[in-house]
Design a protein around this ligand. Structure first.
Ligand SMILES: [Zn+2]
Length: 264
């Protein structure tokens, strides 16, 4: 709780609540061009379980000037290794990519351009591949720092991440990026309640799909541009115990999962 201003959160909520709707773009407008892109969380079991998909590749497609900090991708690998059983490892592959997109992005733009640039299918032999694009320009709602748009695809908007840094760089743009990257990956893991219903009461009632615990990286405010203005202390970068318990329950089958593209 240190360094956090309770009154700030109340104001924060009023300011950014409408902005967060773009955060996990589960959509019924999924393109027919590709086989089962699924919903965010649709490859949760494929990640958690290590029997069939023994390796996870995270493809990072970035435009010139938008490559993420190595601290962000290192942290992402660490967090994914913590929860996904991947005996052959979690590997980052960087691809300098020009998306050829003008202006701001919609969730459908992210789907279209990301799938155009995927180096390989999300599931191929024993490798699961998730993709994170780092394009120029902002989301259509420029308060949104990142979106997870289907079972394997995320976009992070670097210009908005830079704008989200707090006064005197507390938090810094790098720290915001660290947290947003893990947060969006958490959505691909189905957090919170995207493809299941948690036995724990930790989904924020006003911000569906998010944690109500400000110590969790899945806290609802993490992906908003205003985050740096209201949290002057450390941003969360880790899944909390409820998040971890959900993932454990999903893998064991104690928690029923829906919309899975693959099951063990
Ligand atoms: Zn989110």
């Amino acid at each position: 709780m240190r360094g956090k201003q309770t009154f700030g959160f109340a104001l924060f909520a009023l300011l950014v609540m409408p902005a967060l709707s773009g955060c996990f773009g589960a959509s019924d407008a999924v393109s027919d061009l590709f086989e089962k892109p699924g919903v965010p969380g649709g490859l949760t079991l494929a990640c958690l379980d290590g029997s069939t998909y023994t390796k996870l590749v995270v493809e990072i497609d970035y435009e010139t000037g938008y490559k993420p900090e190595s601290s962000s991708t290192d942290m992402l690998v660490e967090r994914l290794n913590q929860v996904c059983d991947k005996p052959n490892g979690v590997e980052i592959k960087f691809e300098l990519t020009e998306f050829g997109h003008e202006g701001s992005w919609t969730a459908q733009d992210v789907r279209d351009k990301a799938w155009d640039s995927k180096a390989q299918d999300p599931r191929k032999s024993s490798t699961l591949t998730w993709q994170i694009i780092f394009p120029a320009n902002t989301y259509e709602d420029d308060n949104v720092l990142g979106v997870a748009v289907d079972a394997s695809t995320i976009a992070i908007f670097g210009d908005s991440v830079d704008d989200a840094a707090g006064f005197f760089s507390r938090p810094s743009a790098e720290e915001v990026e660290n947290s947003v990257l893990v947060h969006e990956a958490g959505h691909l893991l189905g957090l919170v309640n995207l493809v299941y219903t948690s036995p724990a009461d930790h989904e924020d009632s006003d911000n569906k799909g998010h944690s109500n615990n400000e110590e969790s990286v899945m806290y609802w405010a993490i992906e908003s541009r205003s985050v740096g203005s209201f949290i002057s202390g450390d941003l969360p970068t880790e899944f909390d115990q409820d998040d971890l318990d959900d993932l454990t329950g999903l893998l064991s089958g104690d928690i029923e999962s829906s919309n899975q593209l693959w099951r063990p």
